[in-house]
Design a protein around this ligand. Structure first.
Ligand SMILES: [Cu+2]
Length: 400
């Protein structure tokens, strides 16, 4: 519950690796943010660490290791902070965590990273000139999961006719953008990255790594339906089943792609912050930060303003300023850019753009986000493609 104190003891029982836990999207106090080098040292093998903070803002979040490629080995979980005020207009609340999985199939994420580096970004070159929605991903994984289950053994959401179901989609994948659709139904989008938006009804949602969407589905079409998450730019999909109680309908095949995947897709320009949300004033920023995203072109190196993380200084941000991050993606890959410790407002042309903490920046696209630097400390700021992050696309920003 919002306002509650969360106390979590992390016991690192890995044999040889340090770890940490980052509370993705939660605008918490800096020392609890879980970023080695910025807010703490790694929790050494055999050691414990206690995270304790007041849950500041209701919403759908997740937590994950912020060390190396541990996120891609499954060190993550859903974090739902309930609102004390919100009136519940739904009968069921279901979190659905999407993931891409290669660990042990065979090899480990570090092997995948080596292949990417040796390959010199061939996938990226293959995608030259394609639209953002069919760019091949860095890695086509051997399997994909929803709540730990592959398409052949899907999890089932059991519903009754007449119910309203809140679905919370969390993309915990390391390198996969998904398109989500529910066969036979539309989805009413109510939140992005935990924060409420004016409801908008769509057939399909594009969700980047680190993004979250909450939707409400009205169960008005009995049957057994495919809830599909299709991999952007590649053939595979993963699915859950949406099963009405008492329904004798046939179960769709694992690979069946609902026609809704080609229906009305949620665009950022359709999202407006809910009326209850205070958005930053957008007129006169105190600091404009141009952020050029680059990399690829035959080398698996990803940069912000021409520098990789370990060559760059922290970006100095004045406290309590209005900060404008102005992206220009000069590369041929999509980058889900994530800011720790703050929500930003996406400038999507509506004047009331949604508050988010992660935004997909498409190839050759320019995007502006504005945020108020009201949370002092050193915060990480990076691409949420774990492999791009490891290959340099990260910075610290120091709010002081
Ligand atoms: Cu990236």
């Amino acid at each position: 519950m919002e306002g509650d104190t969360l106390r979590v003891t992390v016991k690192n029982r890995l044999q040889q690796e340090g770890t940490s836990v980052h509370w993705h999207g939660v605008p918490l106090v800096n020392p609890m943010d879980g970023v080695p080098g910025a807010t703490q040292t790694e929790i050494a093998p055999g050691q414990d660490f206690v995270y304790e903070y007041v849950a500041p803002t209701a919403g759908t979040y997740f937590y994950h290791s912020h060390v190396g490629l541990q996120l891609d080995r499954g060190l993550y979980g859903a974090l739902i902070i309930e609102s004390a005020q919100e009136q519940k207009k739904y009968d069921q609340d279901v979190a659905l965590v999407l993931d891409d999985w290669l660990d042990g199939m065979p090899g480990i994420p570090e092997d995948a990273m080596k292949k990417l580096i040796v390959g010199g970004d061939k996938m990226n070159m293959a995608g030259m000139g394609m639209s953002a929605l069919n760019m091949p991903p860095d890695i086509v994984y051997p399997t994909y999961l929803i709540n730990g289950k592959p398409a052949e053994h899907p999890m089932e959401v059991m519903v009754k006719k007449g119910q309203k179901i809140r679905l919370r989609f969390i993309n915990a994948a390391a390198a996969t953008i998904f398109h989500i659709a529910l066969q036979g139904h539309q989805m009413m989008v109510t939140h992005t990255d935990g924060q409420p938006v004016e409801p908008v009804e769509v057939d399909t949602i594009r969700i980047g790594m680190g993004e979250r969407y909450d939707v409400v589905v009205t169960a008005n079409n009995p049957g057994v339906w495919q809830l599909a998450a299709s991999v952007e730019g590649a053939a595979p999909q993963v699915r859950a089943l949406f099963r009405y109680q008492g329904s004798v309908g046939q179960t769709p095949a694992a690979t069946f792609a609902p026609p809704e995947l080609k229906g009305k897709m949620l665009q950022y320009a359709m999202l407006k912050a809910a009326a209850t949300i205070v958005v930053p004033p957008v007129d006169t920023p105190d600091l404009v930060v141009p952020l050029q995203l680059s990399g690829g072109n035959g080398q698996y190196v990803w940069k912000i303003n021409g520098q990789v993380f370990n060559q760059a200084d922290a970006i100095a941000i004045p406290k309590l300023g209005l900060i404008s991050f102005q992206y220009e993606n000069m590369s041929q890959m999509v980058h889900p850019m994530h800011l720790h410790g703050h929500f930003f407002q996406l400038d999507n042309g509506t004047g009331r753009g949604p508050l988010k903490d992660t935004v997909l920046v498409n190839p050759m696209q320019k995007i502006t986000t504005n945020w108020v630097s009201d949370n002092p400390g050193t915060w990480a700021y990076h691409c949420h493609n774990a492999y791009h992050q490891m290959a340099g696309m990260m910075r610290f920003v120091k709010v002081s």
